[in-house]
Design a protein around this ligand. Structure first.
Ligand SMILES: NC(=O)c1ccc[n+]([C@@H]2O[C@H](COP(=O)([O-])OP(=O)(O)OC[C@H]3O[C@@H](n4cnc5c(N)ncnc54)[C@H](OP(=O)(O)O)[C@@H]3O)[C@@H](O)[C@H]2O)c1
Length: 293
């Protein structure tokens, strides 16, 4: 070490010598270690030349994402986002592929199944590394509890049993008075959330959007929900304090774009350091604006 330092101080050739140092791809420094630094590097035929060690780095394993309700409004955007990110994507719903005509849909493996009949889930779950559930719906209170709660609880349990690593549930924000009017819906959502945090404490993510806008495909028809949602989002993003008001506050919760929900859902399902827990509307907006790795 002392001789290296003294050479650096006293030798005029110290700068060229430093230039013979290179950084290898794996971050280790490589040097020709020749004292004749001004001569071109020669290989002595007699001496043994050690070959650089090659490290066989395997390609990143393909992640298989299962989207529950991939034929629906939010689910279809999640499927597209996941395909764009290079994932292998499957969907499960009662109708299978449903009426989606777009070409991207040809790249999805469509399964028919019903979350209320967990046995019909097994095949779709096989080999899945992550699941995003976009299953939910409205109707009578008991129906809403079943579809938002029981159906998703079944899916969470089946995924945990099959060793799925990450699970994302598209839930819904609290709307104050609406919670009372849609008791089954919210009771179901909260029951499924509790199950998710129990079964996936370190890798379960709950998204709680309010109104979601975007283009809803019904067969070959496209319904532009953004006509109302987009300007409303711009206005309400600047009215955050209003959403804290008692009773009427939730009416001021900003709508979110379906693409933002899909981006955050896919990131939460695939990024191992994405924090587990509940992501509210401002959180969805914030994460969707961040560049993911
Ligand atoms: N849209 C919004 O503004 C909004 C706002 C806040 C939260 N959310 C939540 O976001 C989620 C997605 O909403 P969305 O608007 O995309 O709903 P959607 O268009 O009605 O899609 C629901 C999906 O779930 C499937 N599904 C329903 N019951 C099922 C069952 N028993 N087994 C398997 N699949 C089933 C449906 O397909 P099949 O009918 O073919 O089975 C469909 O693919 C829901 O949880 C909803 O509560 C939506």
């Amino acid at each position: 070490m002392r001789s290296v330092i003294s050479r650096l101080i006293f030798s005029k050739q110290s700068i060229p010598r430093l230039n013979t140092m290179a950084v290898s791809g794996n971050g280790r420094y490589m040097t020709t270690d020749s004292t004749k630094v001004d001569e071109p590097f020669k290989v002595d035929k007699e001496s043994k030349v050690e070959e650089a060690e090659t490290v066989d780095v395997p390609p990143p394993p393909t992640q298989k994402l299962l989207v529950l309700g991939g034929s629906g409004f939010v689910g279809s955007h999640v499927c597209r986002e996941a395909l764009d990110r290079g994932l292998t994507v499957a969907s499960l719903s009662r109708s299978g592929r449903s009426s989606i005509r777009d070409s991207w849909a040809n790249h999805i493996t469509w399964h028919q199944g019903n979350l209320l009949l967990p046995d019909t889930l097994k095949e779709a779950l096989s080999g899945a590394t992550a699941v995003i559930s976009c299953v939910g719906g409205f109707g009578s209170n008991s129906h809403m509890y079943k579809i938002n709660g029981t159906a998703n609880i079944n899916a969470i349990r089946a995924a945990a049993e099959q060793g799925v690593k990450r699970f994302v549930y598209v839930s819904a924000t609290d709307f104050g008075v609406a919670n009372y009017l849609l008791q089954g819906y919210y009771a179901g959502k909260r029951a499924a959330e509790t199950e998710l945090l129990t079964k996936f404490p370190y890798s379960g993510v709950i998204l709680r959007p309010g109104f979601i806008y975007g283009t809803r495909s019904v067969g070959s028809m496209k319904i532009p929900l953004g006509v109302i949602g987009s300007p409303l989002e711009m206005v309400l993003q600047h009215a955050k304090p209003m959403s804290q008001l008692p009773l009427v506050g939730p009416l001021f919760i900003s709508p979110v774009n379906v693409t933002a929900v899909a981006q955050v859902a896919v990131r939460a399902a695939t990024d191992p350091v994405f924090p587990p827990g509940i992501i509210d509307v401002p959180g969805i907006q914030r994460y969707s604006q961040q560049k993911s790795s």
